[in-house]
Ligand binder design. Structure first.
Ligand SMILES: Cc1cc2nc3c(=O)[nH]c(=O)nc-3n(C[C@H](O)[C@H](O)[C@H](O)COP(=O)(O)OP(=O)(O)OC[C@H]3O[C@@H](n4cnc5c(N)ncnc54)[C@H](O)[C@@H]3O)c2cc1C
Length: 381
């Protein structure tokens, strides 16, 4: 039975994340969106405060908190800036999670510890120009050459790659077997010869996040950087993105709640026909419905997080929370723009940015269609 109350520690952490988001992120969010650049001083502050290792053990330099606490961080930062949410999420919930579970002692010391304690930032690269929802169609290759592998290929839409120190790369180690049976995961480091990162790809939303193409031309990677067992990487990819979806669900809840909070403030002040917009029954009913949907989405996120912490099979819970929360975020941010009229559409207010940012939660770490396939697969098996 999943309890929906927060412990004292979780409440304290939530307040810390909320205060940081309000005081440090909110003042920079609009500028980062306009310039399409992430503020590196802000990144350094978050690294120092432990935002990049919340759910990892203290022995490895983390904060020793649980997955639910991590979702509280995702929600609070995404309330003011979804780009910050995805920057933390891609780092903290994907490659790091795989290294903690499947990494060798060497990999944990050399790569995981600095990623968790905030010295380094990571990205993870599965998607390619012709391999999105069907991740098994990747073409990047890793060919064994003595005590190295030689990697060649191209990855697209790789979040954090613009400033990452560590690149988790999925590549085929057995081309004949194909992606499901012939994929492996490697750790690459910034500066390796032949590893190139493009400029930030222009986008509709989460514009401050660094989302680039990553190209590998004869990159020589030590064999000791192979994570887990050779040719078993597809399972790792599914596991990483399966877990990452809990954070995206929390990001979507944060975007929706952030937009609704703006609308509540605005409609209580703005007057038309001699009355506040909040006094119209249409506004009241919309706000009541929106908060109800956000709370429902948050409970789905918390259920998935708790199931993960309890070591239950959480894959379909994670897919459900992402499916529902992302739909709620898109609907609610659209309705929030409407309730603010022309001012909602104006870039002076953050709601138009939140509307643009919400859309990506229905696409990355598996589209809503892919989420439906996972949920239906579980129900109908
Ligand atoms: C901003 C951004 C950040 C990203 N960050 C990363 C990252 O850090 N690392 C990474 O590896 N990838 C990343 N991605 C890639 C992302 O995960 C993919 O874009 C996503 O999985 C969808 O793949 P696709 O874009 O190739 O769409 P496609 O797979 O081509 O899908 C197109 C449409 O067809 C639908 N569709 C596909 N197959 C089916 C089916 N069998 N049945 C029904 N409908 C189907 C999809 O749902 C979608 O609506 C990012 C993408 C974006 C835009």
């Amino acid at each position: 039975m999943v309890e929906f109350t927060l412990t004292k520690e979780q409440q304290l952490a939530q307040k810390l994340f909320r205060d940081f988001a309000e005081n440090e992120i909110r003042p920079l969010a609009r500028e980062m969106d306009e310039t399409e650049e992430y503020n590196m001083e802000l990144l350094e502050k978050m690294k120092k405060l432990g935002f990049f290792g919340i759910q990892y053990p203290k022995e490895l330099g983390g904060e020793g908190a649980d997955t639910l606490t991590y979702t509280l961080c995702m929600e609070e930062v995404s309330k003011v800036d979804a780009s910050t949410g995805i920057t933390i999420s891609v780092h903290a919930s994907l490659g790091c999670m795989l290294l903690e579970k499947y990494g060798t002692e060497y990999q944990k010391e050399a790569f995981l510890r600095p990623l968790i304690d905030g010295r380094k930032v990571s990205c993870i690269a599965l998607t390619e120009p012709s391999a999105g929802t069907d991740a098994s169609a990747i073409k990047t290759t890793a060919v064994r050459d003595g005590d190295h592998y030689i990697l060649n290929g191209q990855k697209v839409f790789i979040t954090n790659s613009g400033f990452a120190d560590i690149f988790f790369i999925f590549a085929l180690t057995d081309r004949a077997a194909g992606g499901v049976k012939g994929m492996s995961l490697f750790v690459l480091e910034k500066g390796m010869s032949g590893l190139e990162v493009s400029k930030n790809i222009p986008r509709m939303g989460i514009r401050a996040a660094q989302n680039c193409e990553v190209t590998m031309i004869d990159v020589k990677v030590p064999a000791e950087n192979l994570v887990g067992v050779e040719n078993k990487g597809y399972k790792l990819a599914m596991e990483a993105f399966g877990s990452g979806r809990i954070g995206i669900g929390a990001q979507a809840v944060g975007i929706a709640q952030g937009a609704l909070n703006e609308v509540i403030k605005y409609t209580k002040e703005r007057k038309q026909f001699g009355k506040t917009i909040a006094s119209f029954q249409n506004t009241q009913f919309k706000i009541a419905e929106m908060q109800t949907k956000i709370d429902a989405a948050r409970f789905l996120v918390w259920r998935a997080a708790k199931a993960k912490d309890n070591h239950e099979d959480y894959a379909s819970y994670a897919a459900m929370c992402k499916l529902f929360a992302s739909d709620v975020a898109v609907q609610i941010t659209r309705d929030c723009v409407q309730l603010m009229g022309g001012y909602g559409y104006s870039r002076e207010y953050p709601v138009e940015r939140m509307y643009r940012d919400a859309k990506i939660t229905e696409i990355y770490e598996g589209t809503s269609e892919a989420m439906r396939m996972i949920v239906a697969g579980k129900i109908l098996k």
